[in-house]
Design a protein. Structure first.
Length: 184
């Protein structure tokens, strides 16, 4: 199977303030580097990163194709670009991760890749990325995006048995400076 992994790293960081949250220091490295490293270890044919900042693009590990969008666009535009790329290149599925989720790891991503009908995560309260979207669901996923929600519609329709339960710490999604906690 030919899978594409996509790192969505072009967010607006509205709730973070004036600085780019993806460049904020966390555990001694830029925040985005943690999710990028996890994707770099995933067993996929191609890795892409949707970016709007040259500084974010410059710190990505080798092996990522950069897909650039204009700054300030909603997450749905990043999601659409990644999904369009996967579809155009004949991928059998798209593994999707967010650049502001530093605690995801390669083991979680491999579990998602092992879900042929697609999958996502839950922390017991919410459904959330990372997610795996099989090619059979690309058209539906492309038609179901609006605003700043990206893959939310696809994730929302998944049956419970296609969700991987993860701990709250692994589900950390940095939106505000205080989300970095003492490790920031």
């Amino acid at each position: 199977m030919r899978y594409v992994a996509a790192l969505l790293a072009a967010g607006r960081s509205v709730r973070f303030g004036d600085s780019d949250k993806l460049l904020a220091p966390w555990r001694g490295r830029p925040l985005v580097s943690w999710a990028a490293e996890a994707l770099a270890e995933a067993d996929v044919a191609e890795r892409v990163a949707v970016v709007s900042s040259p500084q974010v693009a410059d710190i990505l590990p080798n092996g990522f194709t950069r897909l650039t969008i204009a700054p300030g666009l909603p997450m749905s535009r990043s999601f659409r670009l990644a999904l369009d790329h996967a579809r155009r290149t004949g991928a059998d599925g798209l593994l999707l991760a967010l650049g502001d989720m530093p605690n995801i790891d390669a083991a979680l991503l491999e579990r998602l890749l092992g879900m042929p009908a697609g999958g996502a995560c839950t922390d017991g309260r919410s459904r959330l990325p990372p997610a795996f979207i099989p090619a059979a669901a690309f058209a539906t996923a492309l038609s179901d995006h609006e605003g700043d929600f990206g893959a939310r519609a696809f994730i929302a329709q998944l049956p419970d048995d296609q969700l991987i339960h993860i701990a709250a710490a692994q589900a950390l999604d940095v939106d505000r400076p205080e989300d970095l906690g003492p490790l920031g």
